[in-house]
Design a protein. Structure first.
Length: 265
């Protein structure tokens, strides 16, 4: 009976901790996914120096310094090469093609800049989502940390010296108070039975909760068992070995016997 109760409580607590752990992992992965940087734009295309030949030459130069529509030799091979000058003449068909190519290049660069400017608001829009995810992750961590550190004590689980001593202390005090306040109706009417309680005690010895996990079938005995714990409280604070726990859940059975004696086990 006690093993089943203890297993149920352990399963519930483990399920709660696993749920919080899984939620933390999922939110952490989502937060990492939002942190990736946007892809950088493509590098700018290399520019070409273009010039128009004023006087076509019959012989092609050995090395061309600029691109032109016809071959053109410099005025003096020994002189320093000068940059081409703007020409104020009617553009030829080739010049129009070159202008069209330059315009297409400018249009491409302009479109790339517009695309980059459109991506920036998208990154800005993701910032509130990232902030909200971080806030939710912090909330889950806080909720996980707020789960009480619980020790569930039965006759089987109380293995350490301090835990076993606290269990004996609890039983003796409850039995003493319970027998002093044994219900008169149970004595006069010959009512007896068993009541299983779960008593939640805080670190300072105060009672947090009393739960009837399995009733006796008699409301009189159930109430008497609960009252025996209330009258026996507060209990002494946790011993040193148990101070790393927030709560102790003591699961015991109150036995109201036919000889009008109360025992717990």
């Amino acid at each position: 009976m006690e093993s089943l109760t203890d297993g149920h409580w352990n399963t519930s607590d483990q399920r709660l901790r696993k749920t919080f752990s899984l939620a933390l992992v999922i939110h952490g992965l989502l937060l990492i996914g939002l942190s990736f940087a946007m892809p950088a734009g493509s590098p700018p295309s290399p520019s070409l120096d273009i010039t128009l030949a004023q006087q076509p030459a019959e012989k092609a130069p050995d090395q061309a310094d600029f691109i032109a529509q016809t071959n053109q030799l410099g005025a003096d091979d020994q002189q320093t090469v000068s940059q081409p000058q703007n020409l104020w003449q009617q553009p030829s068909v080739e010049q129009q093609r070159i202008d069209s190519a330059e315009q297409a290049l400018l249009t491409h660069n302009s479109d790339a800049q517009v695309s980059d400017s459109k991506e920036t608001p998208k990154a800005d829009q993701e910032q509130p989502d990232r902030d909200a995810m971080q806030a939710e992750l912090a909330r889950l961590k806080q909720a996980y940390n707020n789960i009480p550190r619980v020790l569930r004590m039965t006759s089987v689980s109380a293995k350490s010296a301090d835990a076993a001593a606290y269990m004996v202390y609890f039983e003796e005090k409850v039995e003493q108070i319970g027998n002093l306040n044994y219900p008169r109706e149970a004595r006069s009417q010959g009512i007896f039975g068993q009541v299983q309680l779960i008593v939640v005690i805080l670190a300072d010895g105060r009672i947090r909760r009393i739960e009837v996990s399995k009733g006796s079938g008699s409301r009189l005995l159930d109430q008497a068992a609960v009252r025996s714990v209330q009258l026996a409280s507060p209990f002494k604070p946790f011993p040193k070995e148990l101070r790393n726990r927030d709560e102790i859940h003591i699961i015991r059975t109150w036995q109201y016997q036919s000889n009008n004696v109360l025992t717990t086990n």
